[in-house]
Design a protein around this ligand. Structure first.
Ligand SMILES: O=C(O)c1ccccc1NCC(=O)[C@H](O)[C@H](O)COP(=O)(O)O
Length: 642
């Protein structure tokens, strides 16, 4: 610790020496023999401002006195039946210690219902666990490990999370405010595990309510988090819901005493007996019933809780998410694959966890076609990438990415200038249907010649396994000064990939309707909008087109003439999908249609243009030529360069 910090501690300590006697007594109950370490927590929480830390501490001490926090552990929640109901509906426990001695607290966020007692009882129970941690568990840990241990880690299990959990925002806000103001810097890290499909939407609502310093401590782990957590805890200390991938419920583990939420677990047995014994000592002094803890108003100067209008956020989400059929189906227990299948999606997802009805992986472990195989491999690949580069890190990289260029604008401008569909020229070395298309593959050189000869935008394949592409190619083209906006041609199944594409300099991403359910498309296009990216939504048949046309704000629809399950290519597919009412809706809404795949001749181009296409995505017919750029005029039957 530096001299400045030591100085700050001494100054704050001198100020604390001046407080009234009752406040001094309660301060002793907080610091438990470690006054300097306690002052450091308050200083850290106020970015080392002594006046602010002093105010925070004095407010906290007054709050403790006014709400009798020093004797809250002497006040059992009775009758025992009520206590049991609270424990069953507010899932909290302690599973052991990290390798360096920090207690590991487990919280069943997804399956807690908070519906068996009033808010006051849940707040009382929460504060009792905080106090038990600070007065019993942490001092015992310090003794056991022979050094001061003043913090814990928390593992938050999202199994069973439903959007209806947002109805508990009031209680969760009270609890997090109590913690922020009165128990600062007590948690090292919050690990989120078993995050289901719906987690991103909930997190978007909850995140703005948290302080920045708390948010920075949140880490979302892949799946049940076992592999990551085993780096910091022994398996015996792993919470039961982290032990097995897709175990489905944080409530039902193999044995009751292994389930750290169960009242039979040693932690709860000890906590219960401790409070019971303390209660007997003080029973004459106290009335029974719940504590009515005052929740202090956050200090507007000292802390940075963003004043988000939760209702507005929820209403906004309400249109798109909360009331959507998919969410209702998911919450009623349908598996994600069943929801997708109901929308006509044949591609199944393999590795999603977090919902009991997903079933076991063995039931479906043979992919039915190449696209399904690609998607299953992509799930594994993305999971690995996410471990090495979590979303928070990626978001920082996005801030440093080169600016986004107007992909849609470039297509419109090219069509206006040339009178023929704008070209999105594809930088693709190989494909599953055609194998290697070009041996001497120099992505930057190819991109430059495409640009020189009139391409409006470029499509850069980034999938390595099936297309021999890479994100290095995307970055290299962007860094080489090519001005055409770039489409990151990737199989996107997770919004993490959209941030990744942007961080590498992409201006647009591809979203395949044959892979992504409606809710994913809506959510991902929203993220694209936030990042300034264009989203090319690809469809192959009428059903996919109808689904996409129901989504608001779509600017670009790609009609793929290639069936990605069979590789069959038929350019009349474009015409078929644009006939009648569909074509009229597209025209009315000013959506640009991109004709994709199997375009080789000027006749092909004028055929799809006649059907209503205003841009084309072309790979094979150009990339196979000696100079792919020079081949552009052959494809259009005229020079389209500027
Ligand atoms: O092209 C494939 O073999 C393929 C297989 C599985 C998924 C996607 C696939 N291709 C992506 C494309 O559709 C094309 O790269 C793109 O539309 C350009 O097509 P083309 O002009 O025919 O090369």
């Amino acid at each position: 610790m530096g001299i400045a910090s030591q100085d700050a501690i001494m100054q704050l300590s001198a100020l604390v020496d001046e407080v009234d006697e009752p406040l001094k007594v309660t301060f002793k109950n907080i610091h438990m023999g470690y006054p300097s370490e306690t002052l450091v927590r308050f200083l850290k929480a106020r970015e080392w401002s002594i006046p602010k830390a002093h105010k925070m501490l004095v407010d906290c001490l007054n709050w403790r006195i006014q709400n009798h926090i020093d004797i809250i552990l002497n006040k059992p929640i009775i009758p025992a039946d009520l206590y049991r109901k609270i424990r069953d509906s507010q899932l909290v426990g302690m599973s052991g210690y990290t390798k360096d001695g920090h207690p590991v607290f487990a919280i069943g966020v997804g399956l807690s219902t908070y519906d068996k007692a009033s808010v006051n009882y849940y707040v009382q129970s929460h504060i009792q666990i905080n106090e038990y941690r600070d007065r019993v568990i942490l001092p015992a840990a310090s003794k056991k490990y022979g050094r001061h241990i003043g913090t814990c880690v928390k593992v938050l299990d999202m199994t069973g999370l439903k959007l209806s959990a947002l109805n508990q925002l009031k209680l969760l806000t009270i609890i997090s405010t109590v913690d922020d103001l009165n128990y600062p810097e007590k948690t090292e890290t919050y690990y989120i595990v078993n995050a289901p499909y719906i987690f991103s939407a909930c997190w978007k609502v909850v995140k703005p309510l948290l302080q920045e310093r708390t948010r920075r401590k949140v880490q979302v782990l892949q799946g049940c988090g076992r592999d990551e957590l085993l780096k910091i805890v022994d398996s015996a200390s792993l919470p039961h819901f982290c032990k097995r991938e897709g175990c489905g419920s944080s409530r039902h583990s193999t044995s009751r005493s292994d389930d750290c939420f169960s009242l039979d677990h040693p932690f709860h047995q000890q906590l219960y007996n401790y409070i019971k014994q303390k209660g007997q000592e003080y029973v004459a002094l106290l009335k029974q019933g719940s504590f009515h803890v005052d929740v202090p108003e956050p200090d507007p100067e000292g802390i940075k809780i963003k004043s988000t209008d939760v209702r507005a956020t929820l209403t906004y989400k309400g249109d798109d998410f909360v009331n959507s059929v998919e969410v209702q189906e998911w919450e009623s227990g349908m598996s994600l694959n069943d929801i997708a299948a109901k929308q006509g999606i044949r591609i199944r997802r393999s590795h999603r966890t977090g919902h009991p009805s997903e079933g076991s992986k063995d039931e479906k472990d043979t992919p039915r076609n190449i696209l399904e195989q690609i998607i299953w491999d992509k799930e594994v690949e993305v999971a690995q990438f996410k471990q090495t580069k979590p979303l928070e890190t990626l978001k920082k990289a996005v801030e440093g990415a080169p600016p986004v260029r107007d992909f849609v604008g470039a297509l419109r401008e090219s069509y206006r200038r040339t009178g023929v569909p704008a070209l999105i020229a594809e930088v693709k070395k190989a494909s599953p249907s055609k194998g290697v298309l070009r041996e001497d593959f120099d992505p930057v050189q190819i991109a430059k010649t495409y640009e020189k000869h009139g391409a409006a935008c470029l499509s850069i394949l980034t999938d390595e396994k099936y297309f021999q592409g890479s994100f290095q190619n995307l970055e290299a083209v962007r860094k080489a000064g090519v001005e055409c906006p770039l489409l990151c041609k990737e199989f996107i199944i997770d919004s993490w990939q959209i941030y990744n594409a942007r961080s590498k300099g992409a201006d647009a991403v591809l979203l395949i309707a044959g892979v992504l359910p409606d809710l994913d498309i809506k959510y991902m296009t929203m993220i694209c909008r936030e990042l300034g990216l264009a989203a090319l939504i690809e469809v192959h048949d009428e059903r996919e087109m109808d689904r996409v046309l129901k989504i608001d704000g779509i600017q670009l629809i790609g009609i793929n003439n290639r069936n990605l399950e069979t590789f069959e290519v038929d350019i009349s597919n474009t015409k078929k999908l644009l006939e009648g009412e569909r074509g009229e809706i597209i025209q009315r809404r000013g959506i640009i249609v991109v004709g994709e795949s199997g375009l080789f001749t000027p006749q092909d181009i004028s055929y799809v243009q006649g059907a209503g296409v205003r841009a084309v995505l072309v790979g094979e017919s150009l990339i196979k030529q000696i100079d792919p750029g020079k081949a552009i005029s052959g494809l259009f039957g005229k020079d389209v360069s500027k």
